[in-house]
Design a protein around this ligand. Structure first.
Ligand code: 3HC
Length: 744
């Protein structure tokens, strides 16, 4: 807890403001690799350095800068997982030392300046930055609020409305825009530290934000500030459904509007401490770290080396990724076009090829239409749109792929067709080029076998629409080399995707799990629960749409095709899916699927319950001898979510997924699992594995062997443990072939 603030006059007595003249300037460089995080340990050092500068009479001004190519990534998120150690020095203490000093402080920012780093800068008298810098208060993305004065200083500096917008978005904003907002005082083209030193010699004393409280909210009239706050509460999600931190943040800004600075700071600290312990923040912090684990591939999971009879011991960290300077895409349908746009957006020239001239023309129109739409929306300038357009070559001439560093095929989901494409590509593309399949289900090894370069073959499973969805599954075939994988992760970064490694198994991670989720949704509908009710329950849980609306969006024909590939005749125990497809109810695209759609309702995207489908389910269920049941909302949730969890555990066990965090990332970024619940595996821990296991056993007894609990789930439940503590891949003693050594 921070002590109560002294009064303004105590802090800034007129007499002690000092005089101008030649000043000795002390540059304090934040240097705590990799991101200059302001951990307790680092803050203790920083505090000492600052206090030494304050005590040194030869130092008349202080400049903060950052090493390691950035200013600071903010407070150390790891510190939030433990109780504040007695005597720990926090970023708040550092800021307080700055505030209590009568010497001027300047933040000289070059690179990223986030969270507590920006809050430190806000406590300085001046903030200057290079144009490449990006500044932000991203705490909301971790389910927190800026807890080191940000909620109090920012509204005082730029107003309640602009401050709220900046903090509720939590983006890292380019310096030029931050200057416009009034957070920065100057953009510096050259050496920002040099400029800060010369500025220190000329600036007037003290220009602290805590002193500006009388002028708060310049963006709206003072009397309108409470209205802005009230409106903000209405615009964020409800507290219980992902909006907890947002409401607390707005409360903190309300304190900035209504209370003197010292009281506002105390309110902010109390709200921050509440959020740090909240379930939502724990879940979001889990996702933050899970995301940073994604490309860490323990050597033990690399392909089994049959010649040596053990797992190959090379690892992706020790190999250099290949440079992908240009790419190719085969297949000019929706998926192929989306992938081509993604490459173009990242500045990678791309050739898109299709045998069908008509498809090539259509793709050209779709892609150009998309760029023009972005211009209309103000997301791209004409110039940028033109450049992107220029970086895509549309052709029906496959030989244009000869020099591609990477080719992604996105043709029809059929193994024979894909194998043909791979054989053709193998003959055309230069030997060092990588060949990837965008299949969502099929066997990568079978495609690799059609080439003479199986080590350079992999899966790159983009999600529709590829240029928008942030997820990418990287599928490792049996022969995929470590360098190919390392290159795939590098591509993932270039394309700004969350890239998750998956083993080569039907449906990979996401789709494999979603099959089980859909199985239960179908099962419920067959037992008499209306699809609209199933969807409503999952929306209330936090999904943007329920399973039936999701099926309608991806296309019922696609769903049926995938089911058939898997060797099933359809979904569930009846043939309702097949019948709907036969009736040309293909989903949103045909304005009817499990639901009806009407152009006048939600632009044709709003599902409307259709009694015809409910009757069809009832009729087919009767024929199949499925007795109707009345189920609770809780059972609906449990059946769908526990199906995901059990399958996720199987995938870990079978070495298809590497870590529980990887599965969580797949579901949050690929399927709309509510981030504040951390993903299915995190959620399982939160519910309690023993409880999940117990329900799964009950479902097994009631519904059959599809509910058999995985060995991993059983083991964790019996040991009273959690997935987080026990399922990291390298702790599982994986054996070749994907089994888990018993007793590990
Ligand atoms: N705390 C702890 N570790 C952090 C961190 C932080 N704030 N920011 C980054 N890291 C770690 C990452 O976990 C990663 O560790 P690893 O190498 O062991 O995996 C390493 O730093 C490098 O991170 P990235 O891989 O993300 O590196 P990038 O260069 O791609 O991105 C970044 C750097 C833009 C700083 C990005 O890491 C980021 O956005 N960090 C989080 C920023 C943030 O949310 N700050 C707010 C913190 S909360 C706060 O300040 C509270 C305050 O109000 C009191």
């Amino acid at each position: 807890m921070i002590p109560a603030d002294p009064s303004f006059d105590e802090v800034y007595p007129e007499s002690s403001r000092g005089t101008q003249g030649d000043k000795g300037v002390r540059v304090i460089t934040l240097d705590n690799p990799p991101v200059n995080a302001l951990s307790f340990a680092y803050c203790a050092k920083l505090y000492e350095t600052i206090e030494a500068a304050h005590a040194d009479d030869s130092v008349e001004a202080i400049v903060f800068s950052g090493a390691n190519g950035l200013f600071s990534g903010g407070a150390d998120v790891n510190d939030f997982n433990s109780e504040l150690p007695a005597g720990a020095v926090t970023i708040r203490d550092v800021i307080r030392a700055v505030e209590l000093s009568i010497k001027p402080h300047i933040a000289a920012i070059d690179g990223v300046c986030l969270g507590g780093g920006l809050e430190l800068a806000l406590a300085c008298d001046y903030r200057i930055a290079t144009p490449r810098s990006k500044l932000g208060l991203p705490e909301i993305r971790l389910g927190l609020l800026p807890g080191a004065g940000g909620t109090q200083r920012l509204p005082r500096l730029i107003g309640a409305r602009a401050g709220l917008e900046f903090m509720l978005k939590g983006s890292a904003v380019p310096a030029a825009r931050v200057l416009e907002l009034g957070i920065l005082d100057e953009l510096v083209e050259g050496d920002v530290v040099e400029r800060a030193i010369s500025l220190a010699k000329e600036i007037p004393p003290k220009r602290r934000i805590s002193a500006l409280e009388a002028t708060i909210a310049p963006d709206v009239p003072m009397q309108a500030a409470p209205f802005v706050v009230a409106q903000a509460h209405k615009m964020v999600p409800p507290e219980e459904n992902g909006g907890f931190a947002a409401h607390k943040l707005i409360d903190a800004v309300q304190a900035a509007v209504e209370l003197p600075f010292a009281f506002g700071i105390a309110r902010e600290a109390r709200l921050f401490d509440e959020l740090v312990r909240s379930k939502a923040s724990l879940a979001l912090r889990h996702l933050f770290f899970a995301e940073r684990e994604l490309d860490k591939i323990p050597p033990v999971i690399l392909p089994f080396d049959s010649a040596q009879g053990r797992l190959a011991q090379d690892d992706t960290e020790s190999v250099q990724p290949l440079t992908v300077g240009n790419a190719g895409v085969v297949g000019a349908g929706t998926m192929g076009s989306g992938i081509a746009i993604t490459f173009a957006q990242s500045g990678t020239p791309v050739v898109i090829v299709d045998t069908n001239e008509e498809a090539v023309d259509k793709a050209r129109q779709t892609v150009m239409g998309m760029f023009m739409y972005q211009v209309q929306k103000g997301r791209l300038t004409q110039e940028e749109a033109w450049q992107r357009g220029q970086s895509i070559t549309f052709t029906d001439d496959w030989s244009e792929l000869a020099d591609a560093d990477l080719v992604v095929e996105a043709v029809f989901e059929d193994l024979d067709v894909k194998r043909e494409v791979f054989a053709k590509l193998d003959a055309i593309v230069k030997p060092e080029g990588l060949l990837a399949s965008n299949t969502s289900t099929l066997d990568i090894d079978a495609m690799a076998a059609a080439t003479k370069r199986p080590d350079k073959v992999l899966g790159l499973h983009f999600f529709v629409p590829a240029n928008i969805m942030p997820l990418l599954e990287i599928v490792r075939g049996r022969a995929t080399s470590a360098q190919t994988l390392a290159t795939a992760f590098a591509i993932g970064k270039t394309l700004k995707k969350k890239a998750v490694l998956s083993g080569n198994a039907f449906g990979f991670i996401g789709n494999r799990m979603i099959f089980d989720y859909m199985r239960e949704a179908f099962g419920l509908a067959e037992e008499g629960t209306a699809p609209a009710r199933v969807d409503a329950v999952m929306k209330a849980f936090g999904f943007p749409m329920g399973p039936f609306a999701m099926s309608d969006l991806s296309g019922l024909d696609i769903g049926l095709h995938v089911q058939k590939l898997q060797g099933k005749s359809g979904q569930g125990r009846t043939n309702v899916l097949e019948q709907l497809v036969e009736q040309k109810r293909l989903g949103q695209k045909s304005m009817a699927g499990f639901f009806k759609y009407d152009k006048a309702v939600g632009k044709g995207r709003e599902p409307i319950a259709d009694p015809v489908v409910e009757q069809l389910f009832a009729q087919e269920a009767r024929k199949a001898g499925i007795a109707p049941r009345v189920v609770t909302d809780r059972e609906i949730r449990e059946r769908l979510l526990y199906a995901l969890i059990n399958r996720g555990a199987y995938l870990l066990e079978e070495a298809v997924a590497l870590r529980t965090g990887d599965i969580d990332i797949v579901f949050v970024y690929g399927y709309g699992f509510p981030p504040h619940r951390g993903g299915p595996m995190w959620y399982a821990d939160e519910v309690g594995i023993a409880r999940v296991y117990e329900r799964i056993r009950e479902f097994e007894a009631a519904f059959g062997p599809q509910w058999k609990p995985s060995a991993l789930l059983t083991r964790v439940a019996e040991s009273g443990g959690t997935f987080a503590a026990s399922s990291c891949f390298d702790k599982l003693s994986m054996t070749p072939g994907g089994g888990v050594a018993s007793g590990a």
